[in-house]
Design a protein around this ligand. Structure first.
Ligand code: RTP
Ligand code: MG
Length: 143
């Protein structure tokens, strides 16, 4: 057993398309628990810091503008192999390459506007969860 936590974001296009419930349902059906959640409108500073790894990429400015174009829904997910279970649910970055039945294949319009973010490794997940929920913490499970 390897229970992990991962950080998920429903990006502005996912919120705008009213897909929060649909996506949460996919998480739960795949055995992932939502252990923290909040809706927020990211500032340019927050979006730039979150995606700092892509600072030198040509798409960085467009990415920051997109991520700040409307509210996002941010959640920490917990479950067996949560990082990869979530990445499998999401599908490839470019929806044209994403497997049928994945969130990006079903709902995303382009490589940029691709509905969801998910941490890519256990280590980055821990840093990303701290980034969004560090001060609030994650609600401890009592049952
Ligand atoms: P994410 O970090 O959002 O979960 O996505 P990912 O791992 O599948 O993809 P990544 O390479 O980390 O890229 C981060 C986000 O930047 C936008 N992007 N645009 N125009 C482009 O070529 C391009 N490439 C990436 C997407 O929103 C992507 O999810
Ligand atoms: Mg990534």
């Amino acid at each position: 057993m390897s229970v992990e936590q991962t950080l998920s974001i429903i990006k502005p296009d996912g919120v705008q398309k009213n897909l929060i419930g649909e996506i949460y349902s996919r998480f739960e059906k795949a055995g992932l628990r939502i252990v923290a959640a909040k809706m927020m409108h990211l500032s340019k500073e927050q979006a730039g810091e979150f995606y700092a790894v892509h600072k030198e990429r040509p798409f960085f400015n467009d990415l920051v503008n997109y991520m700040t174009s409307g509210p996002v829904m941010v959640q920490a997910l917990e479950g067996e192999l949560a990082v990869n279970v979530n990445r499998d649910l999401m599908g490839a970055t470019n929806p044209a390459d994403a497997d049928d039945g994945t969130i990006r294949s079903d709902f995303a319009d382009s490589i940029e506007e691709n509905i969801v973010h998910g941490s890519d490794a256990v280590e980055t997940a821990a840093a990303e969860i701290r980034f969004f929920f560090g001060s609030d913490g994650i609600c401890p499970r009592t049952r």
